[in-house]
Design a protein. Structure first.
Length: 262
């Protein structure tokens, strides 16, 4: 099968980025500065990833580029980093709690193993538990009781750069597969406020996959953008197919998860 010109350009960008030591960035972004070793100080990097079927390509990109992205984390933190991974549909899986300090190689290996175990399936097009997944990471919520969550998250954030990356294509809906204005959006803002109080910046990657609209859903974009606005993180919208997910993550890491104010 012949590759499209867009795919060829993406491949060229990746090649040039690897050769220069700089991450390729998401479409529409600009590489304002080279990435210096240790620029972020110590890093705690946690992902909250929607694992419904429509996110399949984005997850595939993250897996394909995992080693390069982890090398970038190592560089910007000068080897002082910890990693975590939470995935969700209408329930939550803590795939990897924040790894112990001082175990960079082991942390990278554990993260790759957890990431590659994720399968994109199900979802049925409804809102997902993105707000609650963020709460698990921000508040350090353990499994148990009536909460549909597997695994415990410590919430032991301690690094200089505390980066929480959300990847999703849908509205927050708690655990009931429904979005209620004034309730679920308020819960999302409350999670962001708690993150801000704990020095955690939330960056959101929006994938406009929903097929019932010719353009991205403005409500979804607004809510996802609010995480970044409230905490000082980044908001990135990528291709409907999920293409550009790895480059969006690279941009967030290179920026230490912080929106530059100009």
């Amino acid at each position: 099968m012949r590759r499209s010109s867009a795919a060829l350009l993406l491949a060229l960008a990746l090649t040039l980025a690897a050769a220069s030591g700089r991450p390729a960035l998401a479409q529409g972004s600009s590489d304002r500065t080279a990435v210096e070793a240790g620029r972020c100080g110590s890093v705690d990097l946690v992902f909250a990833i929607d694992k419904t079927y429509s996110i399949g390509r984005a997850i595939g990109e993250a897996k394909a580029e995992a080693r390069r992205l982890l090398d970038l984390v190592e560089k910007v933190s000068d080897g002082d980093f910890r990693l975590g991974l939470v995935s969700f549909r209408d329930y939550i899986d803590v795939d990897l709690d924040l790894t112990p300090p001082g175990e960079g190689d082991a942390a990278a290996t554990a993260f790759r193993r957890a990431l590659f175990a994720i399968r994109a399936e199900g979802g049925k097009g409804g809102p997902e538990a993105s707000d609650e997944a963020l709460a698990t990471a921000v508040d350090g919520i353990a499994a148990g009781g009536d909460r549909p969550q597997q695994g415990d998250f410590s919430g032991d954030w301690r690094a200089r750069s505390r980066i929480l990356v959300l990847i999703t294509d849908h509205l927050p809906g708690g655990f009931d597969d429904a979005f209620r204005a004034g309730e679920d959006d308020a819960n999302a803002r409350a999670v962001a406020s708690r993150a801000l109080a704990r020095g955690i910046r939330i960056s959101a990657i929006y994938i406009p996959t929903t097929g019932d609209r010719p353009t991205p859903d403005p409500l979804k974009a607004e809510i996802l953008r609010s995480y970044a606005l409230l905490t000082g993180g980044l908001f990135l919208q990528i291709e409907r197919s999920g293409q550009g997910a790895a480059e969006a993550v690279a941009e967030i890491i290179a920026a230490c998860g912080a929106k530059t104010v100009s």
